[in-house]
Design a protein around this ligand. Structure first.
Ligand SMILES: C[S@@+](CC[C@H](N)C(=O)[O-])C[C@H]1O[C@@H](n2cnc3c(N)ncnc32)[C@H](O)[C@@H]1O
Length: 375
């Protein structure tokens, strides 16, 4: 490993980016825990963890989702190139500024106040181990940096050039288990196509998932953003076969389903085009507006995403997903009063539903969602 000084700043805080942490809490970690119920192992890595807030946020989520875990073997690793940041991480003492986006209940549950510092509970601190490492120079996969179920590498790539992003992203992909997840910052992998990795799009954001086949050991190279052509026929539209009647014109629902499939495959421009076609048929449909908002977020166009979410809510004022997405955007913009108002509105919506009502597109019920939002 190079003995280099850090080349980036170490800004970080607990539960940085609510949308992404909601995605981890509601989808990714429950799916991993389910998958590992027999093996009872879980391997999570915060790569470029700075002073540890991200790795400990993961530990708190695991603590919440898996309170009975004595017979599990759980590895949560934080790594960084900055030795001083890691020293702070290992200590587990934080100033109030590290909690600027954290739910206050979590701060109270997991920290003790000592003067102007907050000291992390010992049982969470001991769930995480930290190691010095250079994502560029070190062999990855290698040593304990392998067979990961989930890697968070957020706000690290932004400091690398395109070639280095491709190389490091390829190394991280190779360090994942089959079906393991890689989460980066929203726009950090735009323009890079990772072989053997598939984008999974949720209401709260996007995560990359490693597909079954092996990841090649050669470094990946950056490729330009997807060209504005369709690479595959839209799956929801019937293909005309000889001797069969001509396919019917696709409905707005078909086009939205097609748009989602394009988005799931990382073909964002095609997804946008299909949304546009859906809106040409049904201009007042909230679904395409919502998907366009998600796509705008992926490009880092948060102002546009906010406008599209406002439109979605105008068209469907009881959309829990649009309300929560907009709350996450307001948090990002540090408009905390509006974020709080929106989260309360989402809570009111789910509380008014019978407890076992599924809340789309989350894989959860109204009762479960209300419990989360009330925390
Ligand atoms: C802005 S912080 C991100 C912290 C956290 N991931 C988050 O999103 O809140 C970027 C971190 O990446 C680390 N870093 C930069 N280059 C690195 C490298 N080559 N290997 C490992 N860590 C690196 C920096 O030391 C810094 O702590």
């Amino acid at each position: 490993m190079n003995n280099m000084a850090p080349r980036t700043n170490g800004e970080t805080y607990f539960f940085r980016d609510h949308g992404q942490f909601d995605l981890l809490r509601l989808h990714v970690l429950p799916a991993l825990i389910d998958r590992r119920r027999t093996a009872k192992t879980l391997r999570l890595w915060s790569a470029g963890c700075a002073s540890g807030e991200e790795a400990y946020s993961l530990a708190m989520l695991v603590d919440h989702l898996l309170p009975q875990r004595d017979d599990w073997d759980i590895v949560i690793l934080g790594s960084d190139i900055d030795a001083a940041a890691l020293q702070k991480a290992r200590r587990g003492h934080y100033r109030q500024w590290s909690f600027r986006m954290a739910p206050p209940t979590l701060q109270q549950r997991y920290f003790q106040r000592h003067g102007d510092e907050w000291v992390l509970d010992e049982h969470i601190r001991r769930m995480v181990s930290f190691r010095l490492g250079d994502l560029i120079g070190d062999p990855v996969p290698g040593g304990e940096l392998r067979d990961m179920d989930l890697i968070l590498c957020r706000n690290v790539f932004i400091y690398f050039n395109a070639g280095t992003v491709a190389t490091v992203a390829g190394k991280l992909a190779a360090a994942l288990n089959e079906n393991g997840y890689l989460m980066t910052g929203h726009t950090e992998l735009i323009g890079h196509r990772l072989p053997n990795m598939q984008s999974r799009l949720f209401a709260e954001g996007v995560v990359q998932q490693r597909t079954i086949s092996a990841v090649p050991s050669v470094p990946l190279s950056a490729v330009p953003s997807p060209a504005p052509v369709r690479n595959a026929p839209p799956p929801a539209v019937a293909t005309q076969l000889p001797g069969r009647p001509a396919p019917s014109i696709p409905s707005a629902e078909d086009l939205l389903a097609t748009a989602r499939e394009f988005a799931d495959r990382g073909e964002y421009q095609d997804a946008e085009q299909a949304c546009g076609e859906a809106l040409a048929i049904a201009p007042l449909a909230p679904g395409p507006h919502f998907l366009l908002a998600q796509l705008a977020q992926l490009r880092g166009e948060f102002g546009l995403a906010g406008e599209l979410l406002d439109k979605t809510l105008y068209l469907d004022p009881r959309s829990v997903a649009a309300t929560l997405e907009l709350a996450a955007l307001c948090e990002r913009a540090e408009n905390l009063p509006r974020a709080q108002t929106l989260r309360r509105a989402a809570l009111d919506i789910v509380r008014a539903l019978p407890g076992d009502t599924p809340v789309e597109p989350y894989e959860t019920t109204a009762a479960e969602m209300a419990r989360w939002l009330a925390q």
